[in-house]
Design a protein around this ligand. Sequence first.
Ligand SMILES: NC(=O)C1=CN([C@@H]2O[C@H](COP(=O)(O)OP(=O)(O)OC[C@H]3O[C@@H](n4cnc5c(N)ncnc54)[C@H](O)[C@@H]3O)[C@@H](O)[C@H]2O)C=CC1
Ligand SMILES: N[C@@H](CC=O)C(=O)O
Ligand code: NA
Length: 435
Amino acid sequence: MPDALRVGMAGLGTVGVGVLRLLESNRDLVRARAGRGIEVVAVSARDRSKDRGVDLSRVRWADSLAELASDEDCDIVVELIGGAEGDALDLARAALSQGRGLVTANKALIAHHGLEMARLAEENAAPLKFEAAVAGGIPVVAGLREGAAANAIERIYGILNGTSNYVLSEMEASGADFGDVLADAQAMGYAEADPAFDVDGTDAAHKLAILAAIGFGSRIDFDAVSVSGIAEVRAADIAHARTLGFVIRLVGVADCEDGPEGARLLQRVRPCLVPKQHPLAHVTGPTNAVVAEGDFAGRLLFQGAGAGAGPTASAVVADLIDIARGRTGHPFSLPVDSLVAMERADPGHRVGRDYIRFTVADRPGVLAEITAAMRDAGVSIESLIQQGRAQDGNGVLVAMVTHEGEERCVRHALELLEDSDSLTAAPLVLPILRD
Ligand SMILES: NC(=O)C1=CN([C@@H]2O[C@H](COP(=O)(O)OP(=O)(O)OC[C@H]3O[C@@H](n4cnc5c(N)ncnc54)[C@H](O)[C@@H]3O)[C@@H](O)[C@H]2O)C=CC1
Ligand SMILES: N[C@@H](CC=O)C(=O)O
Ligand code: NA
């Protein structure tokens, strides 16, 4: 075995610099645990002259990503550029097809092209690892793939985006404005290059699709994830939720149900009302938490820093240590040809409770109209909050929590109200997280 695992690293931003710092600071410990040194021998980033506060004097600069991918002095390429397509994808394809291992923190790349990457890795006997891509520093990929390997997984859910969790929990704690809090999260290096991905749920959906594929042994199916983000959540919803005994969190949920032709998979990312006593309700700031329910292990909770330089670097280097040790395995827990293409489940018959917020005209009879639609659609109301009088001409907020019922009934009630001129804005439906 060569004396050191030689790494070519693409991207010297938040995570790239974090990896260099970790390898410098924990050099001896990493060597001991890897059984050999881990050396970054070549790098590629857009700006060579930028001072990143790390010593790059002994590292070679590759002139291009293609050069890095074919560098005979590198055993492994670490991709820390980001993006599902373009340079990151070209680099990943080039590295794996030349038998070079790939470690990446890029959830967009794995969510969109994970199956192709796993196949390339298999065909070229090259390791592929992406612990940092899901929930940053939390070892949830390894936890599911190895620690929980003996279980049939029944449901996986969790808080998978640090930025949106930071935004929601700061809004909750300080009543701060959405925009200000998002800017803080960006300044702290939690947000994606395009923070829309954090806010609209896409980033969490990337991670959920990866976890579902590992947990259920299925072919990754990002397009099947139904996604809604946190942009519509207002301070008033957070206040209503608090009054009702909940907090609001962006939660990704994946579960399997039996269908006539095999198991069907449902993957959704939505802001949810989480009961205050639920473990996810206590997850604040950029912290992530993932719950996996195994048939023998029961409920497993993985919690920790889901974003930021140090935690993400910790996951990248853990993957490198595994590779240095020869612990490679199947990236999605099974050989590619054994991964199942699962049908998508129809959520209409799923039973649950919802929070529904209406914005309505301030005039008599509106509440009766809404409750009549609920009655006609078979939705039973558990509690209701109505704001005072409209102050700003924007309507009054009416919020309710439903009793348990089929999702299709709430959908039907909203269809009945679709053309009503009593509603001055589209209603917001937030599911209540099932325990
Ligand atoms: N920041 C975080 O907390 C986390 C980030 N990630 C993922 O890690 C990856 C990197 O994220 P960050 O370090 O935050 O991004 P960043 O924007 O701070 O750094 C990206 C780096 O890639 C370089 N780059 C971009 N295009 C390039 C190209 N064509 N050739 C060479 N270099 C190029 C940039 O110059 C920069 O050095 C992304 O996939 C991200 O989703 C994953 C978990 C957490
Ligand atoms: N932007 C992401 C970073 C880690 O994946 C997040 O906020 O969670
Ligand atoms: Na992780």
